[in-house]
Ligand binder design. Sequence first.
Ligand code: ADE
Ligand code: ZN
Length: 323
Amino acid sequence: MTHAVPKAEIHCHIEGAATPDLVRAQAAKYGVDVAAFLGERGYVWSDFTSFLAAYDAAAALFRTEEDYALLAETHLTEIAAEGAIYAEIFVSPDHAERSGIGVGAYLSGLAGGIERAKAESGIECRMIVVGIRHFGAEAVEAAARFAAGRPHELVTGFGMAGEERFGRVADYARAFDTARAAGLGITIHAGELAGADSVRDALDHLRPARIGHGARAIEDKALVERIAEEGVVLELCPGSNVALGVFADWSSHPFETMRKAGVRVTLNSDDPPHFHSSIGNEYAMAAATWGYDAAQLMHFTRTALEAAFIDEATREKLLGQLR
Ligand code: ADE
Ligand code: ZN
């Protein structure tokens, strides 16, 4: 039933979408041993810190424009086969630099893969530049300045990922002001590893249109009401949260409670192979857990498209595909 539902996802880290098969091929190409972070059953990690280490190690195996084109094309073609018509991917200038590729080549490589996937399947994609929180405020400001320079027409948003328990949200306000002034869509990871206060701080200091995760806002009823009232869209990633132990299992995840409270919720895969998930799996698990029918699932797709960082003509075209 869920397979035929058109899907859209607005929270996925492109380096985190690298499949084990693709990473093994890259490792063979560069003569790198992956045993420390990639096993027979996929990525190997045990907590958020070791997850980030596995993520960084896989990211370091993408080094040329064509490597990034292949990464984006593979990911987007796979999710298009699951019914995705739109995807946003987080892209990280810091990870590009660490891989030794210039950020310009990084973006044009990814854009090449996006174009190839679109030609093959019709899927639309936009890129959101992220700063990495635990690299500090200056690094995040540099990422924001880069994004604000409008380095590519497919870059339409700015966000912040990384270790949410690092630093104070207010320290990053300048980066977000820079991005907002350039007309970029704004999102920030909050309420994943840290609680409701982190989400409230993000809303107060950074005025994002969307929150990455936001699931732990559930710890504060007044905050959930505020999120509903202000129409802030949550990029919820239940499979990721369950894999990382933020919630014990799918039925304990607040997705349905948030939806019933009037919050604008969306389904997303975050770093799909790390969590043995995919956007198709998120929709299927949500339907299995909370009994959603196709019309309800389509509503989540509609919300994601309404909140997408995209020009209005393309948004209308995509919304038309739901009718
Ligand atoms: N970077 C990649 N995945 C992430 C996550 N789930 N939370 C924060 N930063 C990330
Ligand atoms: Zn994320």
